[in-house]
Each structure stands twice: as C-alpha cells, then as structure tokens.
Ligand binder design. Structure first.
Ligand SMILES: [Zn+2]
Ligand SMILES: [Zn+2]
Length: 346
C-alpha cells in the first residue's frame, strides 16, 4: 500500500513513550550527573514536586548567570523578554537590509530568504515534527521524502535523531531528563542544550522509524541536504544569495525553532491543563508556521492542528490540509470539539 510506513500502531508508541522514564533511567541514554546532580535529583524526588529545582544538573550551574526563570518575572518583564528573544533578530536584520541596500543585498536576495524560509520551516514543522515525530498524518512516500529533505535543509540535525530528541522532550517535559527545559534556564532551553553531548537514543524513543526506508534514506543523506540548502541559494543568487538565502535564512529557522523550546515553555498563556510548563505564544505561532500554540500541542500531541482556536494562525495545518485535499496525505489527526472542551482550562 502506498501509505504504509510500517510504523506500527500509535498505541504502541504512546505506551512506549510513557514507559520511557523508567527505561531511560538506567540506560546508556540517561544523562550523566555529578554527585551534586544526584543529590539534587534525590532531594527533588523526596520533595514530591513535579518540577526539577534550578541548577539540578551540572550543565545548569555553568549557565546559572543566564537563567531567567519566567515564573519569577512579572508580566511586563516577561512580555519585554518575549519581544527581545523573538523580535530583535528580525529588527536587526531589517536594519541590516536598509544599511546594506544596493551594496550587499537586493530584492533577489530577499526573495531567496523568504522563498527558502517558508518551505524549509514547513519541512521542520509539518514534516519532522507533526508527520515524523507525532504521526499526525501519513504522507505518500514521495511526499514524505520531499518533506523530510526540506526539514533536513534546516540544519537542525538528521530526521531520526530530531524525532528521538523531541519524543524525549514530550516524555519528560520540564522534568528530569528533558533535553531542553527552561527549568535549567532560558538560554539552556533555547540553544545551550545543543552543547550537551548526550542525545536521545532512537532505539529507545523511535525504534519504529529505523524500519522506514524513506526515513532512513533521508536521515543517512543528511549532509547532502545541508550542502544543497547552501548550493541552491548560491546557484540562484551568487554570494549574496548564499548569505541571505542560505545563512541568514538558517539563522531565522534555527532561532524560531529554538523559541518553541524556550519561549513557549516560559511565556504566553495556557489554554489546557498539562503536566509541564508549555504555553501558547502568538508571535512564535505567527513566525513558526503554527508551532507557537505549544500548550495546545502538549495537550494533544497527535493533533495535526496546533492552532485550535479559529484565530490561532497555523500555516502548517493549512499545508497538511492541502496535501490531504490533493491526495498526498491521509489519516490526518483532528481532535473532536467535545474533547477539546473537556480539557480546556477555566
Ligand atoms: Zn514542548
Ligand atoms: Zn511535539
């Protein structure tokens, strides 16, 4: 059958993911801790709290100067920080464009930046995240390969490792073992975690993906897609095309993806009760193709739609609906309104 990915049934995965904390604890995938980290973790467990104390592991103490605990900040400071984290890189780029106009950037460069940003972002959001990691829909193998190749061009790591890491995040969100929780500091959640050498083991978190030939192919040829993501803008726009369509585009895709991990677990509103700190943040929703409705996503991880209210813009969900309409996607997961209503806060 055209759509059969041989990923097994979903219940197996969800059960497996729920069982992961126990599985991972004594496995090679568990993160190394010093004596302080172990003591802190034990004290934390004894306290019965649901979240880890700050500086609960070795990496956190190194970055403690930069730890901004959103819970302790007032609403105005929070909003100001959101603006800084999400808007400043964009404003700085706009300023750079004005400064460099006709010297190092032109309309073609900006067209390359936007024209590559959109499909590559969607490769991460609709492809890596919703299709591959959460099985929110099934795609025709050719579509699956193209979407995953686009996601690889974001240069956020190969597909299977990305999925394993993200499943680990969902299994342990804002608790011991979460790869990128702001409990360890906003900087750690944003990009500091990238310097942590431990990674989620695909054999534990997404064994099913290792059996899919399309996924494995795109995963194994990751460096090819990375090179292509730079060669294409260079071929179309020369050196300035490489700068704007390649490197500046990469900068934006990176920071917006990382903002889902940092901003959307620190700032914004909670619409649903979840056992983590996930939040809906409209600016990341807007710039991140719908990924900023992150509390919605943690409440309903399999849903292909993250913008669950009519006003919550979700470009990835639109693209998935278009793929479904033309026959390239099926089994699109949507949550019934009565189920949403039952889980809604307040
Ligand atoms: Zn999250
Ligand atoms: Zn997710």
């Amino acid at each position: 059958m055209l759509y059969e990915e041989d990923w097994g049934d979903n219940e197996h995965v969800m059960t497996h993911v729920r069982a992961v904390p126990e599985v991972a604890e004594g496995s090679p995938d568990s993160e190394p801790q010093g004596a302080d980290g172990v003591a802190a973790a034990l004290a934390f467990r004894a306290s019965g709290r649901t979240q880890r104390p700050l500086a609960g592991r070795a990496g956190a103490s190194r970055l403690s100067v930069l730890a901004l605990d959103g819970e302790r900040l007032g609403p105005y400071v929070k909003n100001a920080l959101v603006l800084v984290v999400v808007l400043v890189p964009f404003l700085a780029t706009a300023f750079a464009v004005v400064q460099l106009w006709e010297r190092a950037v032109n309309w073609r460069d900006l067209a390359l930046l936007f024209g590559l940003y959109v499909p590559i972002s969607l490769g991460v959001t609709a492809g890596f995240h919703r299709m591959l990691t959460h099985r929110s829909f099934r795609a025709h193998p050719v579509a699956r390969g193209v979407i995953l190749a686009l996601g690889s061009m974001a240069v956020e790591g190969a597909a299977i490792g990305w999925a394993a890491n993200h499943l680990k995040h969902h299994a342990l969100a804002d608790k011991e073992g979460d790869p990128h929780s702001p409990v360890d500091g906003l900087f750690h959640a944003h990009l500091g975690w990238l310097f942590d050498p431990t990674r989620a083991d695909p054999a534990i978190y997404c064994r099913h993906l290792l059996k899919d030939p399309v996924v494995r192919f795109v995963d194994r040829t990751f460096s090819l897609w990375v090179v292509l993501s730079l060669v294409i803008p260079f071929a179309l726009g020369g050196w300035t095309g490489l700068l704007w369509g390649g490197l500046v585009r990469m900068f934006f895709v990176h920071h917006i993806t990382w903002s889902v991990n940092s901003v959307c677990h620190t700032f914004g509103k909670r619409a649903f009760e979840t056992p983590d700190r996930s939040r809906n943040q409209w600016m990341v929703g807007l710039l991140g193709m719908g990924e900023g409705w992150h509390n919605n996503h943690h409440a309903f991880p399999r849903s292909a739609v993250h913008g669950l209210d009519r006003w919550q813009l979700d470009v990835s969900a639109w693209v998935i609906a278009c793929l479904e309409r033309v026959g390239l996607a099926r089994d699109v997961q949507r949550i019934a309104p009565e189920v949403l209503a039952r889980k809604r806060l307040g």
